[in-house]
Design a protein around this ligand. Structure first.
Ligand SMILES: *[C@@H]1O[C@H](CO)[C@@H](O)[C@H](O)[C@H]1NC(C)=O
Ligand SMILES: *[C@@H]1O[C@H](CO)[C@@H](O)[C@H](O)[C@H]1NC(C)=O
Ligand SMILES: *[C@@H]1O[C@H](CO)[C@@H](O)[C@H](O)[C@H]1NC(C)=O
Ligand SMILES: *[C@@H]1O[C@H](CO)[C@@H](O)[C@H](O)[C@H]1NC(C)=O
Ligand SMILES: *[C@@H]1O[C@H](CO)[C@@H](O)[C@H](O)[C@H]1NC(C)=O
Ligand SMILES: *[C@@H]1O[C@H](CO)[C@@H](O)[C@H](O)[C@H]1NC(C)=O
Ligand SMILES: *[C@@H]1O[C@H](CO)[C@@H](O)[C@H](O)[C@H]1NC(C)=O
Ligand SMILES: *[C@@H]1O[C@H](CO)[C@@H](O)[C@H](O)[C@H]1NC(C)=O
Length: 570
């Protein structure tokens, strides 16, 4: 893991002392460090440059198209809900370049050198003392064994004279998902007789509110914390990984002035049959429009309002009035691509269209390719889609010869960081040290024609016997499931400490941060933690388990999509 952080050492860490080395040796080491640094940057750059996210599920992409066009069949539903987005295609190797902070990196305070004879043990604690900073870092690294630390923020005063708040950036040690997480906790500090600091207690996840940055720092590393030097902070910035736990600012971008608006070029997709379809369908279509806008160097005018398909709603009806930001990271999209919200666009268009002679180019046939539109000079290109499915699906624009020209910009769409924040909170409460099992029951278990063994193989007794060799007794076990009655799994309590999504419902309850932030997006009205969000959080927590036991292949021999649909291999 640790590639080149080790070469630079730390200002005060003592190992590599200049005065102990001859000038030549020093120069040689300097050169070596520099060579290694250049090599590291080079390797990183090459990887960053050649890295192309693959399309999910999809290879070839006709497969997903066929899959989406097939009238949605109940049998597909639960699997469709597990949606992949851009960050899922970054291999975690990409982040291996950023060296984590090893406990040996943090200074051991030499007590005798520091102690003052006339120290007042009971004076208020000065949270900005750098010795204390090191004591707190050490205590943190030693307490949380299952995560790697990448950066510590300088401590700030906590709730009183004996507490300090500190933030840090981390990744789970065994993380397969490409993301950083942020935590900030409250530390209770005291002094010993000889005036060294001790940490008497560390608060819960996100308890150190004073260390939480209200506004996101524009520049990584500008807030003067502690991170491994030479560990390459630029790698983190270039790769652009989501940081779960940073405050989210996903306000709709505003048009700055008439001239910026009128000199812009825009693309809008209008109508079509994509609304209220599955999330996979939505994403496949949306990314086509975004890909075309990027190809044409135009701003995509997008509709943030969404319709949630009945397959995810508790009412079992399609539900209008949802928002892109409930499910996806609009801040990331807004910062990495040129997009504008459509009602705002039309307002500006109404104001300036006549006066500035803004023109519209209408395209009503999806067979008109983006390449044919490359020379259009009009301010706005509008693709209008009809009423006949499946020819009115947006993604049809990206079929045929276009497929090889327009690549869907997967890296622009990430999952909502507010939802991942819930995932991170659950995982943190389990200390990032749990195993997980996914138990699919629901409709599939009832359909014995397509899944003859599923119901039996997912009974608690059967699960216990499947887990026997895989999960040690007494472990924390997270059960991701569509079984509504969790008491069904009670027999597992004898062997494991079991946890379900609903055990954490206060994370989206009325007192939660999620709840208040969502209300703010929705004009002050509360929103439901809907079926899609549930499945997404449940799945993501499952994917953070150390051992992950899947229903299909691990618990049962039945195939995911029904009898005789198992992949031919193995
Ligand atoms: C839907 O599922 C049934 C089996 O339950 C199958 O016979 C049918 O072909 C499927 N429909 C489509 C469009 O895939
Ligand atoms: C990523 O890591 C895995 C194992 O950790 C390794 O098998 C694979 O080759 C690595 N990929 C790259 C591109 O380094
Ligand atoms: C920390 O560094 C030391 C020496 O550099 C190494 O032996 C140890 O394995 C490292 N610890 C971790 C957790 O990587
Ligand atoms: C701590 O200080 C003592 C006395 O000043 C010294 O002998 C010892 O080497 C120091 N230890 C470290 C780790 O610097
Ligand atoms: C200071 O705050 C900490 C954390 O909130 C608490 O545990 C501690 O009891 C408080 N100390 C005093 C003296 O109030
Ligand atoms: C300082 O005090 C602590 C506990 O009170 C003790 O463990 C430690 O050895 C002392 N250190 C020195 C250098 O006296
Ligand atoms: C959110 O971001 C927008 C656009 O970058 C900015 O204008 C606005 O001030 C930010 N709001 C907050 C609260 O930081
Ligand atoms: C978009 O801009 C790039 C770089 O400025 C240029 O190479 C490309 O030809 C442009 N594409 C179109 C369709 O205008």
């Amino acid at each position: 893991m640790k590639r080149w952080g080790t070469y630079s050492g730390f200002p005060r860490s003592g190992g590599l002392r200049p005065e102990n080395l001859g000038q030549n040796a020093l120069a040689m080491i300097g050169n070596l460090c520099f060579t290694l640094f250049v090599l590291g940057v080079l390797i990183f750059t090459i990887i960053a440059a050649t890295y192309q996210p693959e399309d999910p599920l999809f290879h070839p992409s006709t497969k997903i198209t066929n899959f989406l066009v097939s009238t949605s069949n109940a049998t597909f539903r639960s699997d469709e809900s597990v949606l992949k987005t851009g960050e899922d295609f970054m291999s975690s190797n990409q982040t291996a370049f950023a060296a984590f902070i090893n406990v040996t990196d943090v200074l051991v305070i030499n007590v005798s050198a520091n102690s003052e004879t006339d120290c007042d043990r009971f004076a208020p604690i000065d949270c900005t003392d750098s010795d204390l900073f090191h004591v707190m870092m050490r205590a943190t690294i030693e307490q949380f064994k299952d995560i790697h630390f990448y950066k510590f923020g300088k401590p700030v005063r906590g709730s009183n004279d004996s507490s300090c708040d500190m933030a840090w950036r981390f990744r789970p040690k065994e993380g397969k998902r490409a993301a950083f997480y942020k935590d900030y906790r409250r530390f209770v500090i005291s002094r010993t007789e000889n005036c060294t600091y001790t940490v008497d207690g560390v608060g819960e996840y996100h308890s150190g509110l004073n260390a939480r940055k209200k506004k996101k720092q524009a520049k990584h590393g500008s807030d003067g914390g502690f991170e491994p030097k030479g560990a390459d902070s630029s790698a983190v910035a270039v790769t652009k990984l989501p940081v779960v736990g940073d405050a989210v600012n996903d306000t709709v971008p505003v048009v700055e002035s008439e001239s910026t608006f009128s000199s812009g070029k825009y693309l809008i997709y209008n109508g079509g049959g994509d609304r209220c379809k599955s999330m996979n369908h939505f994403l496949w279509s949306f990314l086509c429009s975004l890909g075309e806008a990027q190809y044409l160097n135009r701003t995509l005018v997008m509709d943030l309002s969404m319709c949630l398909s009945s397959m995810y709603t508790s009412s079992h009806q399609d539900e209008e009035g949802k928002d892109f930001r409930y499910y996806f990271d609009f801040e990331h999209l807004r910062e990495s691509a040129s997009v504008l919200e459509q009602s705002q666009f039309w307002t500006e268009w109404g104001k300036w269209q006549k006066q500035d002679g803004l023109s519209l180019h209408l395209v009503e046939d999806f067979r008109v390719t983006p390449m044919q539109l490359a020379d259009i000079k009009d301010t706005l290109i509008m693709r209008k889609f009809g009423t006949v499915e499946p020819d009115n699906y947006w993604y049809r624009v990206c079929e045929g010869e276009t497929e090889s020209i327009i690549q869907r910009p997967w890296h622009l769409v990430w999952k909502s960081r507010r939802l991942l924040e819930i995932v991170s909170a659950i995982s943190s409460r389990l200390n990032w040290d749990f195993d997980s099992v996914h138990v699919v029951r629901g409709e599939k278990a009832k359909n014995t024609e397509l899944w003859p063994n599923l119901a039996r193989d997912t009974m608690p007794e059967a699960i216990i016997s499947s887990l026997r060799d895989k999960v040690d007794d007494g472990r924390d076990l997270y059960i991701a499931t569509d079984e509504p009655d969790t008491s069904f799994f009670d027999p597992l309590k004898d062997k494991y400490r079991i946890h379900f999504l609903d055990d954490y419902s206060e994370l989206w309850g009325e007192q939660s941060e999620w709840h208040s932030e969502m209300k703010a997006i929705n004009n002050g009205n509360p929103i439901e933690f809907d079926g899609y969000m549930r499945v997404e959080v449940d799945t993501e927590v499952f994917l953070r388990g150390k051992k992950q036991i899947e229903t299909f292949s691990d618990l049962t021999k039945d195939c995911k999509d029904g009898i005789n649909t198992c992949p031919a291999t193995s």
